[in-house]
Design a protein around this ligand. Structure first.
Ligand SMILES: Cc1ncc(COP(=O)(O)O)c(C=O)c1O
Length: 382
């Protein structure tokens, strides 16, 4: 039986010291960064408490346990059979993508991405000394003809958000199959950021990129428990490969890359992947309820917002151009409504007039946030 997760009262949430709770003054409702307001999953909390009580806060050992736990999770959740030996821990998803790019990119190479997309995607390629090529989404979907034109210029790699942050789209098996065919045809390495994969909501089906026929030789995935189990500060993710060719990229990385993983992150991730299923089911149930609630609230109190409810994640991508262009809606929501959301422009030029709102919170906070936004006049009304 699934049940909704509860959220602590606001005064208790404000005792948290992460960026979500410390970036803005106390009168601001923080619905910007991708952190959730739910309590930790009990198996994760238990594993962390046990580690703390052992004073077990040293370096992460090289261990097969994380790979085994992830392989079990992938098999149960998506029927995807992962070789635990091809799961390699890294500090976080960003580090995983950058280190794969470093093995692949030669000076001056190009790396393609599809905005609007998670803002660090714009920084990862330059950090690995590559130039960026944008192949924007069209109506929230991969633009496969444009991706083919881009791949024909032979970029070194394409970084995919699967599912896609911020639009919440779950790319279909057919879309990913087409992407794999293009990658094989033009010799482009696919790097699939699958951090949001455990957060696919009812109505959509997640396809792990590496499970697509032909993907193993041309793709790597970077995965983590950190988004679904709210563990971002613990610093643990993993690179997953499924062929000798892509495993060779990982084998060439300096050992330090793996040794920089947070030990408590590994402890928590093993607990999440091996014992977190029923809590995760409750989380998905709760997020689906918040998505429905947000749909009702927007329809009744903020009809000037246009959006497509996300198929995955707890992030909603809202066209708020009725409140102004560029980054103006987010700035006005903060200044006039005391609600912090991400300005769409952080996700690329296509985000002008959009905001990204995080709904992984209580019904009360979500209600209050929308009420506050409803008090900010649209440009026409003002
Ligand atoms: C698509 C995507 N990738 C990566 C991250 C961050 O992952 P990490 O902190 O492990 O680098 C996020 C965080 O929200 C994200 O949405």
């Amino acid at each position: 039986m699934t049940a909704e997760l509860t959220v602590a009262p606001l005064a208790e949430l404000r005792l948290r010291t992460s960026v979500k709770w410390r970036n803005y003054p106390e009168d601001v409702l923080p619905l910007f960064v991708a952190e959730m307001d739910y309590d930790l999953a009990p198996p994760v909390a238990t594993a962390l408490h046990a580690a703390i009580s052992r004073s077990d806060t040293g370096y992460a050992p090289a261990s097969a346990e994380l790979g085994k736990a992830y392989a079990g999770f992938a098999s149960r959740r998506w029927g995807w059979e992962v070789d635990p030996a091809q799961v390699t821990s890294v500090t976080d998803v960003g580090v995983g993508v950058i280190e794969v790019l470093r093995q692949r990119v030669r000076l001056g190479d190009v790396v393609a991405i599809s905005p609007p997309v998670y803002p660090p995607f714009f920084d990862w390629a330059p950090e690995a000394s590559a130039r960026l090529l944008s192949v924007p989404l069209v109506a929230g979907r991969l633009d496969l003809p444009a991706i083919e034109r881009a791949f024909a210029t032979h970029p070194a790699a394409y970084v995919l958000s699967n599912p896609h942050n911020p639009v919440g789209r779950v790319h279909t098996f057919d879309e990913l199959g087409a992407l794999v065919r293009l990658a094989r045809l033009y010799g482009v390495l696919l790097i699939s950021d699958e951090i949001h994969a455990p957060l696919v909501l009812p109505g959509a089906v997640f396809t792990p990129l590496l499970s697509v026929p032909g993907a193993a030789e041309v793709a790597v995935a970077v995965v983590s428990a950190s988004k679904a189990f709210n563990l971002a500060g613990l610093k643990c993710a993993a690179i997953v490969t499924a062929s000798d060719r892509t495993a060779a990229l990982v084998a060439r990385m300096p050992a330090e890359v793996h040794e920089r993983t947070g030990h408590l992150g590994v402890v928590a991730s093993i607990a999440a992947f091996s014992s977190g299923d029923s809590w995760l089911d409750d989380l998905i149930f709760s997020l689906a309820a918040r998505r429905d609630q947000l749909a009702d609230l927007l329809a009744t109190r903020l009809p000037a917002v246009r959006w497509t409810p996300p198929e995955a994640t707890y992030l909603s991508w809202l066209d708020c151009s009725a409140w102004g262009g560029d980054g103006v809606p987010a700035a006005r929501f903060l200044a006039e409504g005391r609600v912090a959301v991400e300005p769409g422009t952080r996700f690329g030029a296509a985000g002008a007039g959009f905001v990204r709102l995080n709904f992984a919170t209580s019904p009360e906070i979500l209600d209050e946030a929308v009420s506050r936004l409803a008090g900010v006049p649209t440009v026409e009304a003002g």
